[in-house]
Design a protein around this ligand. Structure first.
Ligand code: NAD
Length: 700
C-alpha cells in the first residue's frame, strides 16, 4: 500500500507511504484517493488529516513517470488536488521534513495546513526545465504573496517552514506545530477545531494582487534574461504563469499553467535536465556492488604531495570535517602547500562565504609530516605526487610498508595505469584511482578508477566518501585517460585540425562557447597549461606513430606559449589579468605552418566546428562504452557536465547525440571522413554507434 488509512475518533488520517520520499506515483495516488473516498463516505469521520510517513511529507511527482501514460492515468495529481479542495469535510495537511513540487501542491489543495519547523518547502520544477504543473503557480502566490512565490518558483530553492511562517500576511500555514514529533497530534487537534466551518476555505478563492504588477514582472523578466541568456526557457515561463495568476480568473490561470507545462515537457532543455536528474542518481550505482555492501570506516585521511592537486584534495576532506595529514619530501614544499590552502580559505572568508570560526576549525584538522610512519593510522591515503610511474612506484611501495592493514590506497593519477600502480603493493585489492579535477576543491567530478583487483568493499567505501565530500563520482575502468581525458584527446585533436584548415583559435572558442561550453578548447588550454597536452602528445608520438596530429600546438609550446601562467599562449595576456586577447604572433605562426603544409585556408562554419568537436567526443565515448570502461552512457554525460563544462541544458554529449539523432551523427561523420586534412580513420563510426543506428536505438 502506498498510502495508509486510519481513523482516530472523528478524524481520518491518510498517510502517504511510499519510501524514500513519498513520491506521488500512480499507486500512491490511487491509494490516496481510495482513502479520501472512504473518509468522505464514513459518517463517523468529520475531518481529514493528510500527511506522509517517514522522512517526508512528499517529495512530489514520480520523475520516472514523467512523459509516460502513467503520469496522466487517473487519478492524476490535478484531480486529486481538486478532490481535496472540494471535499465536503475539512482537509488539513500535516507537513513535515520535505514538501516539494507535487507534494507541496497537494498540500495547497487542502483547506488548511499545519507545518512542523524545519520542513524544506519548495517548488523545484524549474530545475527540471518545467514549471509547477498542478496549481503551484496559481495557489502559492495567493498564500504568500506574488514576490515571495515568484522567487521560490523561479529559483526552485527550498525555504524552511519557519522562515515562510514569518512572511507578513502569509496564509500558507494556519499553524506551526511545536515539533515534527507532535505534528500529527497537533494537526488532528486543529482539524477537530475546524469541524463545522462553512464555507470551507479554498486557496482558489483568495485574491492574487501585486500593487505594482507590470513593473515587478518587467523587472523579474530582465533579471531572468540576464541570468539565463536565452538558454533556459522554463524560468521565463514561471514568470508568465505567476503573472497569469494576477491577471486571470483562477480556472483560466490553471489552464494556462497546464498548457505551459506540457509545452515545456518536450523542449530539448527539459529533456536534458530530466535526463541528468536520472543520470546523477544512476552514476552512484555499481551493478555488482549493491548499496548495502560492507564498507570500511573513513575517519582520517592522508595526502601525499602538497602541490596543486594535493592541496585541493585535502580541502575537500577538511570541509567535511575529516582530519587530513599531508606528507611532502621537503618542509618548504609543505609550507608552500599549507599557505595556499590557508589563502584559499581566507579568500572565502573575505567574500563572506565562510565564517572565521569554520575556517579555524578546518585548519585545525590539518597536520603535516615528512615521515611516512606518521601516516600509518590513516584510513584512506591519496597520492598526488608527480605524474611519473617511477615516483608512483616509490610512493606506493613505501605506503605498502607503513600503512595499517585495511587502509585504502588511492592514486590521483590522470594518465598512468592504476593496475600497475596497484601491483607495486602486496595489496592490490586495496588500491583504487581517485581522479580529482582541478581545482580539486571546486570541481564536482571525481572519476573513481576501478582496477582489475580493486575490492568491492573499497568501491562501496569510496563511492560513499565521494558523497560525503559532495563530489559526483563516476566509475571508470582502467584505460589511458579514463573516461574524460580519453575523450578530450580526440576533441583537442579536432581543434588542432580546425586551426590548420583555416580557423582562428578565437573562432573555434566562440563557436563552442555559443554552443554552451563554459570555455572553448584554446582558452581552456591556456588556463590548464599547454605544456600538459604537449607532454601527452610527445608520449603519443612514440606509442602511436601512425596517428595523425596537428603540430600547431607543439610549435606554440616551443615558443614557450604555455598559457596564462606564461602570460601568453593561444592568446596574449596582460599581467595579472585573465582576459584572452587575440594574438597577432599566433595568427602569423598558424598561417606560416599552414603554408608549410600546403593548405589553403577555407572558411569553416560554426556548425562544422561544433559538430566535429562534439561528435569526436561521442565516437570515442562509444568505444569507451563498448569496452566497459564506462557502465552507462549517462555516466559519460555526468563526466562531461561535472568535469568539462559541457552545457547542462544539452544534457551531456551522449544525450545531445541521441537528440540530434544517431543516424544524423553518422552522416556527419561520413562527411568529415571525406576531408583530406582530417583523420578519416577516426571518423569510422565505432561499432556500437553503427549498431545502435542499425537497430534504431539510442545511447540512453
Ligand atoms: P604538482 O607538481 O603541483 O604537485 C606534486 C607535489 O608532489 C609537489 O609538491 C612535490 O613536491 C610532491 N612530490 C613529488 N614527489 C613526491 C614524493 N615522492 N613524496 C612526496 N611528495 C612528492 O602536481 P599536481 O598538478 O598536483 O599533480 C599531482 C598528481 O595529480 C599527478 O599524478 C597528476 O597527473 C594528477 N592530476 C593533476 C591534475 C591537474 O590539473 N594538475 C588533475 C588531475 C590529476
Amino acid at each position: 500500500m502506498s498510502a495508509d488509512y486510519a481513523v482516530h475518533g472523528d478524524v481520518a488520517v491518510i498517510t502517504l507511504n511510499n519510501p524514500p520520499v513519498n513520491g506521488l506515483g500512480l499507486a500512491s495516488r490511487q491509494a490516496f484517493m481510495q482513502g479520501l473516498d472512504q473518509a468522505i463516505a464514513d459518517p463517523a469521520v468529520h475531518a481529514i488529516v493528510v500527511t506522509g510517513a517517514g522522512k517526508a511529507f512528499s517529495g512530489g511527482a514520480d520523475i520516472k513517470e514523467f512523459g509516460s501514460p502513467k503520469a496522466l492515468q487517473e487519478p492524476n495529481l490535478l484531480n486529486l488536488i481538486v478532490a481535496l479542495e472540494n471535499c465536503p469535510k475539512p482537509t488539513v495537511a500535516a507537513i513535515h521534513s520535505v514538501a516539494m513540487g507535487g507534494g507541496l501542491e497537494l498540500a495547497l489543495g487542502c483547506h488548511y495546513r499545519v507545518a512542523a519547523p524545519g520542513t524544506d518547502v519548495a517548488l523545484p520544477e524549474v530545475k527540471l526545465g518545467l514549471i509547477p504543473g498542478a496549481g503551484g503557480t496559481q495557489r502559492l502566490p495567493r498564500l504568500i504573496g506574488v514576490e515571495a512565490a515568484l522567487n521560490m518558483i523561479v529559483s526552485g530553492e527550498a525555504i524552511k517552514s519557519e522562515m515562510l511562517a514569518m512572511l507578513p500576511g502569509q496564509q500558507l500555514f494556519n499553524e506551526m506545530a511545536t515539533s515534527k514529533d507532535s505534528l500529527l497530534e497537533e494537526a488532528m487537534a486543529f482539524a477537530k477545531g475546524v469541524v463545522g466551518t462553512s464555507p470551507l476555505p479554498k486557496v482558489r478563492d483568495l485574491p492574487c494582487k501585486h500593487p505594482n504588477a507590470d513593473a515587478f514582472f518587467k523587472f523579474s523578466t530582465n533579471m531572468v534574461n540576464g541570468m539565463t541568456k536565452g538558454k533556459y526557457p522554463a524560468p521565463l515561463k514561471c514568470i508568465e504563469a505567476v503573472q497569469n495568476a494576477t491577471k486571470m480568473k483562477f480556472d483560466q490561470g490553471m489552464l494556462a499553467e497546464r498548457e505551459i507545462f506540457i509545452n515545456l515537457m518536450w523542449t530539448p532543455e527539459c529533456r536534458a535536465l530530466r535526463h541528468l536528474f536520472v543520470a546523477q542518481r544512476a552514476a552512484s550505482k555499481i551493478d555488482d556492488v549493491p548499496a548495502d555492501s560492507p564498507k570500511r570506516e573513513i575517519k582520517s585521511v592522508a595526502v601525499i604531495g602538497a602541490g596543486t592537486m594535493g592541496g585541493g584534495i585535502s580541502m575537500n576532506f577538511l570541509n567535511a570535517g575529516i582530519p587530513v595529514k599531508i606528507l611532502e619530501m621537503k618542509q618548504e614544499a609543505l609550507d608552500k602547500g599549507i599557505a595556499i590552502i590557508e589563502k584559499n580559505y581566507q579568500s572565502q572568508v573575505n567574500k563572506g562565504k565562510l565564517k572565521e570560526d569554520k575556517f579555524k576549525q578546518r585548519m585545525a584538522l590539518l597536520s603535516t609530516t615528512l615521515n611516512y610512519e606518521d601516516l600509518a593510522d590513516a584510513d584512506l591515503v591519496i597520492e598526488a605526487v608527480f605524474e611519473e610511474i617511477g615516483v608512483k612506484e616509490q610512493v606506493f611501495k613505501k605506503l605498502d610498508e607503513v600503512m595499517k592493514p585495511g587502509a585504502i590506497l588511492a592514486s590521483n593519477t590522470s594518465t598512468l595505469d592504476v593496475n600497475a600502480i596497484a601491483h607495486f603493493t602486496q595489496r592490490p585489492q586495496d588500491v583504487v584511482g581517485l581522479h580529482f579535477f582541478s581545482p580539486a576543491n571546486v570541481m564536482k567530478l571525481l572519476e573513481v578508477v576501478r582496477g582489475s583487483a580493486t575490492g568491492k568493499d573499497i568501491m562501496a567505501t569510496v563511492m560513499d566518501v565521494a558523497k560525503k565530500i559532495k563530489k559526483t563520482a563516476v566509475v571508470s575502468g582502467v584505460c589511458d585517460g579514463f573516461i574524460g581525458n580519453r575523450m578530450i584527446e580526440q576533441y583537442s585533436r579536432q581543434a588542432g585540425f580546425l586551426i590548420e584548415e583555416g580557423c582562428t583559435p578565437q573562432q573555434v572558442d566562440k563557436a563552442v562557447e555559443t554552443f554552451g561550453f563554459a570555455m572553448g578548447p584554446f582558452r581552456m588550454g591556456d588556463l590548464a597549461g599547454n605544456d600538459i597536452g604537449w607532454a601527452i602528445r610527445k608520449r603519443r608520438y612514440q606509442e602511436k606513430p601512425n596517428m595523425k596530429y596537428s603540430k600547431t600546438a607543439d610549435l606554440l609550446c616551443e615558443q614557450g606559449r604555455f598559457g596564462q601562467k606564461a602570460g601568453k599562449g593561444w592568446y596574449d595576456y596582460q599581467a595579472g589579468k585573465r582576459d584572452a586577447i587575440p594574438s597577432k604572433e599566433v595568427e602569423d605562426m598558424i598561417a606560416k605552418h599552414r603554408t608549410s603544409l600546403g593548405i589553403t585556408a577555407r572558411k569553416i562554419s560554426d556548425e562544422e566546428i561544433v559538430q566535429r568537436l562534439v561528435f569526436s567526443l561521442v565516437n570515442e565515448a562509444a568505444f569507451i562504452l563498448e569496452e566497459g570502461i564506462a557502465a552507462r552512457a549517462s555516466d559519460i554525460d555526468m563526466v562531461y557536465i561535472t568535469g568539462y563544462g559541457f552545457p547542462i541544458y544539452r544534457g551531456g554529449p551522449m544525450n545531445y547525440a541521441d537528440q540530434f539523432g544517431l543516424f544524423n551523427v553518422i552522416q556527419a561523420m561520413k562527411r568529415f571522413a571525406q576531408n583530406p586534412h582530417d583523420d578519416a580513420q577516426f571518423w569510422q563510426p565505432a561499432p556500437l554507434l553503427a549498431r545502435l543506428v542499425a537497430e534504431g536505438k539510442t545511447f540512453n
